[in-house]
Design a binder for this molecule. Structure first.
Ligand code: BGP
Length: 477
């Protein structure tokens, strides 16, 4: 018996800024992630600094999908992908973010990419903002702290929907929007608010202001998309890291519930169209000054999402009274403690396939909306064996175990799941480390951290394995 629906969206996921390259080609302007090299330079690099374009940034050329997409899309076709998730870089369409007219060359590039995907029978799935805020909007406006960004984002979304609605049916607004609520996760706050990290920037008040503007921008985008083409499926995208209590001590259980609530704040608003009581109470109780305008409630209510997209890499554990205030650039949440029952990747990401089944059930119960796993994967250092091949068995093991649990959630638990797009289907620049070393791909790209390599593509073992999984609709795994 086939456990998954016939039209299940088997795919692969990337973000434009981590794989396109061509960072200043075709009229593209710089985005905050074009000056953010993460890992090596970390949060010390600030958007207020002058960018030196002669300096090497790993994602400036990335894997050069910008020039090589026909070859890559042919490989995706060979793999049998039903869908491919990428983002549209805001700065290809509006190089500064606030121009009156869009950049035709940028629009034409995505036309070509989407046509190429469709010609292989691959459905594009598009994220409107994958951390790719125009640098100018960060510097001159202060990013999403500024209400002006709501309309600027809505205009960008309108241009994309108008141009691509016949080619792209599945959309998402902001990638992993909820990671900002972890105040120790400097990267997200910095990227999205466009300011350097100071004590003030850590304040929950600022987080709520940024969040409110992003939530309005997302809701407006959903409404605009549906006005342009009612059959568009427009979802949100959250990073889902289930937070377990360290023990059955009620204090640990309560600490986990509070931590989970923060993870859910954005999707609670995206799906329900209004703020949850716990957030309203925090704003009132702690006296935050968050700028609301008349009509905001209606905007949020009218722009609820069609589905919940989420990434799942790991679970985490909290223990009452334990605080880990170190800057967290490896993706682990602050305040987390190791889970003695699961193993971790070389980067400390705890591997927990059962946590995926658990998460699918939690999200299904909470939202009663279709779900879409739009990121899941294993970051590892890949080595060529003596036979000249990459035998990435640990990646296959990780993906197989997660696909098994996902299937149980659908078949046994009745979860409504649209699709599965493992992360980094082709090697790309890692987001949290800024390197090529941490790889997720089923297609290897000859490129190292310093930018050396021919950029040649080759298949890893996982490529053939995943091709069978897709061809059998998940049965041959
Ligand atoms: C998610 C991001 C991606 C991606 C992935 C893996 O948080 O949405 O952009 O990169 O994590 O992270 P990393 O590349 O740091 O291993």
């Amino acid at each position: 018996m086939n456990a998954l629906p016939k039209d299940f969206l088997w795919g692969g996921a990337v973000a434009a800024h981590q794989f396109e390259g061509g960072w200043n080609a075709g009229g593209k302007g710089p985005s905050v992630v074009d000056v953010l090299t993460a890992g090596a330079h970390g949060v010390s690099r600030r958007v207020t600094e002058v960018v030196d374009p002669t300096e090497y940034y790993p994602n400036h050329e990335a894997i050069d999908f910008y020039n090589r997409f026909p070859e890559d899309v042919a490989l995706f076709g060979e793999l049998g992908l039903k869908c491919f998730r990428t983002s549209i870089q805001w700065t290809r369409i509006f190089p500064r973010g606030d121009e009156d007219e869009p950049n035709e060359e940028g629009l034409a590039f995505y036309d070509e990419v989407f046509d190429c995907l469709l010609s292989q029978g691959i459905e594009p799935v598009v994220t409107l903002s994958h951390f790719e805020l125009p640098l100018h909007l960060a510097r001159a406006y202060g990013g999403f702290r500024n209400r002006a960004l709501v309309d600027l984002f809505a205009r960008f979304a309108r241009v994309c929907f108008e141009r691509f609605h016949t080619k792209v049916r599945y959309w998402m607004t902001f990638n992993e929007i909820n990671n900002q609520m972890d105040t120790n996760n400097a990267l997200f706050l910095w990227t999205n608010s466009g300011v350097t990290l100071t004590e003030q920037d850590r304040a929950r008040e600022v987080l709520f202001q940024v969040a409110h503007h992003e939530l309005l921008a997302s809701a407006l985008a959903v409404r605009i998309g549906h006005e342009i083409a009612p059959d568009l499926q427009i979802g949100c995208m959250i990073s889902h890291v289930p937070v377990y209590p360290f023990s059955c001590d009620p204090e640990d259980v309560m600490a986990a519930q509070v931590a989970n609530r923060d993870r859910f704040f954005f999707s609670d608003v995206h799906v329900r169209g209004h703020y949850p009581a716990y957030a309203l109470k925090e704003i009132e109780r702690d006296g935050y000054n968050v700028g609301w305008q008349p009509g905001d409630e209606e905007i949020l209510a009218a722009g609820t999402v069609d589905y919940v997209g989420f990434s799942y890499y790991m679970s985490t554990v909290v223990r009452a009274g334990v605080h880990n205030d170190e800057e967290s650039l490896n993706g682990a949440l602050s305040n987390s403690v190791p889970n003695p029952h699961v193993k971790a990747s070389d980067w400390g990401w705890q591997i927990d396939p059962v946590g995926l089944r658990y998460s699918l059930n939690v999200l299904a119960d909470r939202y009663e909306k279709p779900l879409f796993i739009v990121e899941n994967g294993f970051g590892a250092v890949d080595e060529f064996a003596s036979d000249g091949e990459i035998h990435d068995q640990s990646r296959i093991d990780y993906l197989r175990a997660h696909i098994e649990q996902m299937t149980v959630a659908v078949e046994h638990d009745g979860v409504n799941l649209m699709g599965y797009t493992p992360w980094g289907i082709i090697d790309l620049v890692s987001f949290t480390t800024g390197e090529m070393k941490k790889r997720y791909g089923m297609i290897h790209v000859d490129r190292d951290n310093a930018g050396n390599g021919t950029l040649a593509r080759s298949k890893k073992d996982s490529f053939n394995w995943y091709a069978h999984v897709i061809a059998s609709n998940g049965l041959a795994r």
